[in-house]
Design a binder for this molecule. Structure first.
Ligand code: ADP
Ligand code: ASP
Ligand code: MG
Length: 411
């Protein structure tokens, strides 16, 4: 008998029928004798619908009220799932984040979990009940409802698994595992049996939204066995493992390709090439809580340089407004922005021990006539910024260049 924390995402609980199917699945695990803590997302589309409702009222909703609003989506699904379980004669109890007491900091809309009180959950498990917890939400020390950022139910699942020392945290979703790249973009993408935490962390941070990045961080930190599986079809899914797999004869260089359309580029043209200029530009951006991703500074030609960096698209206007006065003070010529960009990244621990990965990547893009605007690397990743319209072409070209395509089925 094991203790599993199972998280079911939005599509998996997207209709009454889907909720019934999840209840059937839970009933099967329960019949096998397992203890189960279930985390559910809002029904698919619901969180977006709620955000749109807020926008219809104001573009400047207070984050506290946004959290009160968007947390309702998950409250619906916990109750419906419990009803479906009761109908099957299974004891089950629903909990909002506040009722469990998932304590977070007070950073509304992107709160971090600080502590989980497991008293209620342990009590229910001891009484043989299935515990159903609302994903994505918690409460701060003053009793305000908080949410954990988009995709945050993954993190609720992993945090509960860590707190309860569960045997496995199982993320049930609409794909049957982690693929070499998003299978909705590359038809030939392959499911990975295993991926290391380090690689999964890079994939998530570079835009693969199959797992929220914080959930992977949490799982790595607390050593939570984590698996991604389909709620629609049975199968082993993908295990996110701590160890690098050295057993296979042929070591892969690139494990996966991630991409992201959420960024925009800001360029300050004609910045005087003096010490401290970059700091003066980027300090107010950081102070405004705007995350900067890729940064490139050109070599100075006429004692001026251009500094380019990327931020989330939602922050680009704010960044520009902040920089207007800085640019004038510095004597820079102009600020340009471009939201029609995308980032494509190749990820793999095998890169550490292989030369020539960058040149393979750049040649593959060159062959498709795709211009690289910016480049950034880490030990296990190379990421490039390109024009958004070439994104899918780039992902496909790289998928083939690094031999990731699935073997065609032989007749
Ligand atoms: P859920 O609602 O269950 O949380 P998400 O939509 O958040 O599901 O995540 C699952 C989706 O992630 C898939 O439908 C797929 O399109 C996307 N995805 C992106 N990159 C990958 C990848 N490398 N492997 C698998 N799925 C991926
Ligand atoms: N419902 C939230 C979202 O759509 C949280 C989640 O599904 O993980 O982002
Ligand atoms: Mg998700």
């Amino acid at each position: 008998m094991s203790l599993f924390v199972q998280k079911y995402g939005g599509t998996s609980v997207g209709s009454p029928e889907r909720i019934e199917a999840v209840a059937d699945k839970i009933a099967k695990f329960k019949a096998e004798g397992h203890d189960l803590v279930i985390v559910v997302s809002a029904m698919s589309g619901e969180t977006n619908r709620l955000i749109e409702l807020a926008k219809a009222i104001t573009s400047e909703a207070e984050p506290r009220e946004l959290d009160v609003l968007v947390s309702t989506g998950e409250q619906v699904t916990i109750a419906l799932l419990c009803m479906a379980l009761h109908k099957r004669g299974i004891g089950a109890r629903s909990y909002t984040g506040q009722q469990v007491r998932i304590l977070t900091d007070n950073a509304h809309t992107k709160a971090r979990i600080q502590e989980i009180d497991d008293t209620n959950i342990r009590g229910d498990l001891a009484a043989g009940r299935v515990v159903v917890v609302a994903g994505f939400q918690g409460v701060d020390e003053n009793g305000n409802i908080t949410t954990l950022g988009r995709g945050g139910s993954d993190t609720t699942g992993v945090a509960l698994a860590a707190a309860l020392k569960a045997d496995e945290c199982q993320i049930y979703t609409d794909v049957d595992g982690v693929y070499t790249t998003d299978p909705r973009v590359v038809a030939g993408a392959r499911r990975l049996e295993k991926i290391t935490f380090e690689e999964m962390l890079e994939m998530a941070s570079q835009g693969s939204k199959v797992l929220q990045i914080r959930s992977v961080e949490f799982a790595g930190k607390y050593n939570v066995p984590l698996r991604v599986l389909s709620s629609f079809i049975d199968g082993p899914g993908t295990l996110i493992s701590l160890e690098e797999d050295n057993s296979t004869m042929e070591q892969v260089v690139v494990s996966g390709i991630a991409f992201n359309r959420d960024e925009a580029k800001v360029t300050i043209v004609g910045v005087p090439d003096t010490p401290g200029a970059a700091a003066r530009i980027l300090a107010p951006i950081g102070e405004a809580n705007i995350e900067v991703d890729v940064i490139v500074q050109n070599i100075s030609a006429d004692n001026t340089t251009d500094l380019t960096f990327t931020v989330n698209r939602n922050d680009v206007e704010k960044a520009k407004a902040i920089l207007n006065s800085v640019a004038t003070d510095l004597g820079a010529r102009e600020i340009k922005t471009d939201a029609k960009i995308a980032k494509v990244s190749i990820v793999g621990v095998g890169m550490r021990s292989h030369a020539g990965v960058a040149s393979t990547m750049f040649s593959a893009l060159a062959k498709e006539n795709i211009n690289i605007q910016m480049i950034t690397t880490s030990e296990i990743k190379i990421a490039v910024i390109i024009e958004e319209r070439y994104l899918e072409l780039a992902v496909r070209a790289l998928h083939s260049a690094f031999d990731l395509d699935a073997e065609p089925v032989k007749e």
